[in-house]
Design a protein around this ligand. Sequence first.
Ligand code: 3H9
Length: 705
Amino acid sequence: MSAVIEERRGRIALLKLNNPPVNGLGWPVREGLDAAIVRLKDDPEVDGVVVTGDGRMFCAGADIREFGTTPPEHVRRLPEILDDLEALDKPVVAAVHGVAAGGGLELALGCHHRVCGPKTKLGLPEVTLGILPGAGGTQRLPRVAGVGKALEMIVSGRLVSEKEAAKAGIVDELVEGDVEAVIDAAVKKAEALAAAGEPPRRSGERTDGLQEAKDNPGLFDEFRKSMAKRARGMNAPYACVRCVEAAATMALAEGLKFERAEFMKLVNEVEAKSMRHAFFAEREVAKVPDVPADTPTRPIQNAGVIGCGTMGGGIAMVFANAGIPVTVVEAEQAALDAGLEKIRGNYAATVSKGRLSQEEMDKRMGLITGVTDLVELAATDIVIEAVFENMDVKKELFAKLDSVCKPGAILATNTSTLDVNEIASATSRPADVIGTHFFSPANVMRLLENVRGEQTSAEIIATVMKLSKTLGKVGVLVGVCHGFVGNRMLHQYLREAMFLIEEGALPQDVDRVIYEFGLPMGPFAMCDLAGNDVGWRVRQEQIKNNGGKPTNARYSGTVADKICEMGRFGQKTGKGWFSYENGRTPMPDPEIEAIIKETSAELGIERREISDQEILERCLYPLVNEGAKILDEGIAMRASDVDVVWMHGYGFPRHRGGPMFWADTVGLKTIAEAMQRFEKEHGPWMAPSPLLVRLADEGKGFGDL
Ligand code: 3H9
């Protein structure tokens, strides 16, 4: 079957892209489109052309897998083909449905008129792949939608609804009904335009949208200022702005040339490679080799959450947000009331910011039922436990759930540290037990670490991975170990951050380096946000369980313990590693500096100048090293899964591709050698993992595994 199907509707030629699953504009599609344009141009039997996509969408853009490869010589580039399409003298109408993204929207903009069906998403998400719309999008969208709208859409990469697109003038006509209705309307429009005999309305020849930049030439600099924080460390967003600026200041042909040159500069850069890796990693993560795609799943029509504290309440909101009724259990009525009130407050805050309607809030609250007796969970499809992090408490609870819940119910634990196998052993149905580790705040963070126990069944894994998607989460399947993937690696990073301040850095130095690298905040601001008392309690517990001694040869909690003893728990107490007199902005505090310096002296450490590079290496290389151990132990299935955990759980910058991909770009030899040096200088906890050393010796990366 051809990659572009050609049909006739009377005297209108209908071109259907046919490249499942997303009608990507790969070589065969471009070849087909190109040939059709040449053929139809002078066909006396054809008065007009309609372009659409076969299957479930119009077109999701260029075939991302082809980036970095060379097409056969006879296949022309997409921008050239779209120029020819736009130049046709016959009316060309796009029948858009499902998705028109990237090159897909550029194709639609190359048409003279756009008809669009319901529930359609349109946009130019190239920037999320570290590139820019390279087939005329930066030149045609501002002409059609206005410079301001185009800047916002292109720099954010946001897909908009068909209604928003129509309001912005991107779509000319909205049609209700199925794809056939959209095609019929497009054919009618092509016939009418042909009958009217007027010259085609080419996007590239329009100037109306450019007027706002002529009236306010400073708008580009203003825009650059407004995006500086979001775009730090990246090139693509700035290149996008330069191209839209070119649209406003250059003739079309010149602007297209400028766009092409900027596109070519970006496409093979590390930024684009990292973001392409992120794109495919996010899709790969859903695939579990020993749980085939056709594994049966259990229906999840309702849920139960045990515990209505911060975590439990957040998890309940996640279900309600997805339209799944959820029963929340707290032992005491007062705690239940307080928990439900907190949920209500969270929703109300979103309503007051205008991001949720009151009606939608009421609907979601209506899906949450509070109870004080576990027996109410007898008919529940999945129960997620989010109670105090204590093995005895959890085992007792799971034994009760085993007797209360119906056969076939999924029993899940939100533990962040405990052994899921041991928890499962408290039930008569360990195959139905799984870990679902949400990240705080659960209703915001997209990561969900699904922890498979030794006996968790394939059916339960498949169900929970599918449920993750339904809940709007990125589910990553991991194995059992202390801290699983994310927190186990985090532990290494935080430990070194603590050592660095004992040796000479200050919290603001460490945080600045990490922020500039691209994480949303540094380790100290992160601890202040999470609450320093959490780690304090964990350290005390660990020391108690280790016969009164710290578990590491060098104790990392000396300063942290002192600040907790002072009640500096972080943002919630107004002071932590930083002070928060002005709200949520961390301000360096001389009191902390004094405590740190005093501690260095007590520990007999002579403080020294610590470079930004050392801060980065000391924080991130041990984190990568732990990731290698996790891979070696089979706790994570793929290096790219570890990347997904860090991008979605901790805000590791997408333009670095996640820690393991980033490590490959640094070079594993460099990292292994640094770890060997750190081991000598600091101690055995810095020893490089055997996998890291092996890959480094073989000149390979984690991507080669
Ligand atoms: C571009 O257009 C550059 C231009 O300016 C031209 C320059 C000259 N290519 O996401 P899903 C695969 S850049 C290759 O699970 P959904 C995907 O990997 C492009 N493959 O479906 C997956 O494969 P598998 C700009 C692609 O329904 C399968 O299709 N466009 C592409 O949840 C299903 O995908 C974008 O950035 C692609 N373009 O979501 C849009 N797209 O089954 C990228 C998808 O083997 N795509 N695949 O794992 C999307 O955002 C979503 O796929 C979409 C559908 C919203 C369309």
